[in-house]
Write a protein that binds this ligand. Structure first.
Ligand code: SF4
Ligand code: SF4
Length: 415
């Protein structure tokens, strides 16, 4: 396996001081303690390279949303520079709260075994107050419920044996959320892809993509998991499969953060890692797959929210174009605003008010549209929007799985 210590050259010198990134940074708009992307990123880097004690602990307020990078006309990797500075210079060890929040795979493995009890405890107000006062997890935050049966268990019992019949197959990176919280999305993915004549394999050694560990500076643990994931991905690609996920954040992490923040070269497989909607759209566009929809689908109004990491990938268009194929459905693409949760960030007491203030513009725009469903490709955006508005949030893969005529689609793709 190819590995380099610094695949991502720190390109702070490309900054031309235009300050456009500051306009697009959602934290700068609500938190006066945060220096902003230009100062925290390229400007601060010049100081930090002279003396490490120029590091400013306020960089912890960066969401790593990458909106500054999308806006930057000079291609400065501002988010990466800030995250790398946090990794290199931040003082102090990682506390218990951050370790627990970031260990999504370990916590999920335990919680699914005890899910009715754990779900009840996490909803119990006195427990929320204790978590708030003792651990620093804000009492207003709603935890996603854990499932009693993991997605991988369902897949092994009910789907695995049927996948061998398909000539075209993908390897599904289900991620922690599908496995421990919401297997329904994984089942919808298998149903949709099978109807399209595409078999689904899992990667038996899959680990958490590591995004929460990177955000919480658990770099050794993130790197160990990333190495295992890259080994699994290479194995999948060698056997002819592309690797797809229903989470835009998992995809961004494996494509971009592995080389840029963890120093792991993924160049040999990077182009084989993509969102499920991009993979599906490209097959439909090439005429290799056909979707046949049910008759008389209700005239739903769907509001599509582009997650920040999907905006960084530039692939929201694939989800939107697939949704537009559903007959009679009205799609509103919401203005591109951050929801404010940023994974574990919005759970932390010191960030909660900023998190909600950042998301307010998005929440208000959803309320104005008053859709039947909000649609997005990110699980933590779903948590944040469902907690902060009365609207239900659905992944585009589930919308497609619900609206296709399964049998007609299967027949159309069986030739
Ligand atoms: S990554 Fe997001 S929060 Fe961090 S500086 Fe850039 S725009 Fe601001
Ligand atoms: S947008 Fe890019 S070039 Fe402009 S100030 Fe920010 S980092 Fe520098």
């Amino acid at each position: 396996m190819l590995e380099f210590s610094n695949i991502s050259p720190n390109n702070f010198e490309q900054c031309v001081k235009c300050t456009v990134c500051t306009v697009y940074c959602p934290v700068t708009a609500v938190n006066p303690l945060y220096p902003g992307p230009k100062q925290a990123g390229p400007d601060g880097e010049r100081y930090r390279l002279k003396r490490s004690d120029f590091y400013n602990e306020a960089l912890k307020y960066c969401l790593n949303c990458k909106r500054c990078e999308v806006a930057c006309p000079s291609g400065v990797r501002i988010g990466d520079i800030i995250q790398q500075a946090r990794i290199n210079y931040s003082h102090g060890s990682v506390g218990l709260r951050d370790r627990l929040l970031a260990s999504t795979d370990m916590m999920g493995g335990i919680a699914t075994r005890l899910s009715p009890t754990i779900n009840g405890i996490l909803r119990f107000i006195p427990v929320k107050i204790v978590l708030d006062q003792v651990m620093g997890i804000d009492r207003h935050r709603t935890f996603p419920a854990y499932t009693p049966r993991k997605f991988t268990t369902w897949f092994r019992r009910h789907a695995a044996k049927n996948q061998q019949r398909y000539l075209r197959r993908v390897s599904y990176f289900h991620g922690c959320y599908v496995n421990y919280n919401f297997p329904r999305l994984g089942k919808d993915f298998v149903k949709l892809f099978n109807a399209c004549g595409i078999g689904v394999d899992l990667m038996p050694g899959e680990k958490c993509c590591g995004v929460a560990k990177i955000a919480n500076r658990m770099i050794k643990q993130a790197t160990d998991a990333a190495r295992i994931n890259l080994r699994e991905i290479r194995h999948a690609v060698d056997s002819g499969n592309d690797v797809v996920a229903t989470s835009s954040t998992c995809i961004l992490t494996m494509r971009e953060e592995y080389p840029h923040l963890l120093g792991l070269d993924n160049a040999d497989v990077r182009d084989n890692i993509m969102t499920a909607t991009r993979y599906l759209y490209q097959l439909i566009e090439r005429g290799e797959v056909k979707l046949v929809f049910k008759q008389n689908i209700p005239p739903y109004h769907l509001a599509y929210h582009t997650p920040c990491h999907m905006a960084k990938l530039g692939w929201g268009v694939y989800s939107i174009e697939l949704l537009k194929m559903i007959p009679g459905v009205m799609i509103t693409v919401l203005d591109n605003n951050c929801c404010g949760i940023a994974g574990t960030y919005g759970f932390k007491k010191e960030n909660y008010d900023y998190s909600q203030a950042i998301g307010k513009t998005l929440f208000d725009s959803i309320t104005r549209e008053n859709p039947d469903f909000v649609v997005t490709d990110c699980e933590t955006c779903k948590w944040q929007i469902e907690m902060s508005t009365p609207y239900r949030v659905v992944n585009p893969i589930s919308i497609l799985a619900d609206t296709i005529d399964f049998e007609a689609t299967r027949q159309a793709n069986s030739k």
